[in-house]
Design a protein around this ligand. Structure first.
Ligand code: ADP
Ligand code: FRU
Length: 288
């Protein structure tokens, strides 16, 4: 069992399950509607917690009904909520998600006007209590000073940073990470058509971290500190029903495997196997 601090966001996901993707201006009835905690750091925390880790989430929430539900959901998953920063008056962010049951695609419309974490919200005096720090790569102005101080004060705990979206200045975070977890969407936005081209560019920029990039149905790639490359094909379930949070599950699987002492190739396999099972089922339950 390890103690993990996830730093990022939580949101209320309002998920409409549909039997096909709607056309513009169509009116249709959802098969099911779920309202539950979402957000990359929160989703990864819920999956990590299933492996017996003691996971704490650092994010902001509003003092409203959605914020209260998110806290309850996190606690039901065993995730610790005592680091959460509650803002009032404010509104908890929501994502309206169209989940197409025919192919598992998830279309996300995210709305937020909630202030993000500030550098001073990080629990610096408690750094020694954690074994791993996992950041969502966002909120650069606050994350950079957090990471700088954490790097100075930590003992030797790993820092992973998820780089999912192209955000101004996000490359300023790279140098603080032991492991950078990229998404296919990010690589494509940067003009790379494969993970290895992204890795080549990062090594040329002098980035020394372990590099990982998930690539949906093609699985995932990694580049270790020696420059050795790895590819793990995806584990494809019988039917793909729900890809919401596939990347968050993949990241949790990778962190868990590395915490267990596995090397990069088997850790990639664990992460893809876990994410493959996730896309074959609805939600995040019983993934361990
Ligand atoms: P994100 O949710 O951030 O878009 P990806 O789509 O890259 O992330 O998916 C993360 C991981 O989930 C992949 O590396 C793969 O292991 C698994 N995965 C995603 N989509 C599929 C799929 N269609 N079939 C099998 N595995 C998948
Ligand atoms: C999935 C997810 C959802 C959330 C959205 C936020 O990866 O975390 O749970 O609504 O992305 O961008």
């Amino acid at each position: 069992m390890s103690r993990i601090l996830n730093i990022g966001i939580a949101t209320l996901d309002i998920i409409n399950h549909l039997d096909h993707y709607p056309a513009e201006d169509e009116e249709l009835r959802a098969l099911v509607q779920e309202r539950r905690c979402g957000g990359n750091a929160a989703n990864s925390a819920c999956v990590l917690s299933q492996f017996g880790h003691q996971v704490s989430l650092l994010c902001t929430l509003a003092d409203d009904a959605a914020g209260a539900q998110i806290r309850r959901d996190l606690q039901a998953h065993g995730v610790q909520t005592d680091q959460i920063v509650t803002l009032d008056p404010a509104h908890t962010p929501t994502s309206c998600i169209t989940l197409n049951r025919a192919n598992g695609s998830r279309t996300i419309v995210h709305y937020r006007d909630l202030p993000e974490l500030q550098a001073g919200d990080f629990p610096y005096p408690q750094i020694e209590q954690y074994d791993w720090f996992h950041f969502e790569g966002r909120n650069i102005e606050a994350s950079e000073p957090m990471l700088r101080r954490l790097s100075e004060q930590r003992v030797d705990q790993p820092i992973s940073i998820e780089i999912e979206k192209l955000r101004p200045g996000i490359e300023r975070l790279y140098g603080y990470a032991d492991i950078l977890l990229f998404s296919r969407a990010f690589a494509l936005q940067q003009g790379y058509t494969c993970a290895n081209d992204l890795f080549d560019a990062l090594r040329q920029q002098g980035i020394a971290a372990i590099l990982v990039c998930s690539w949906a149905e093609q699985g995932a790639w990694a580049c270790d500190r020696h420059g050795d490359r790895y590819h793990q094909p995806a584990f494809v379930p019988e039917q793909i029903v729900d890809t919401l949070g596939a990347g968050d599950t993949f990241n949790a699987g990778l962190i868990h495997a590395l915490l267990e002492g596995r090397s990069i190739a088997p850790a990639l396999a664990t992460a893809c196997e876990l994410a493959g099972r996730k896309v074959g089922q609805t939600g995040f339950a019983h993934l361990n």
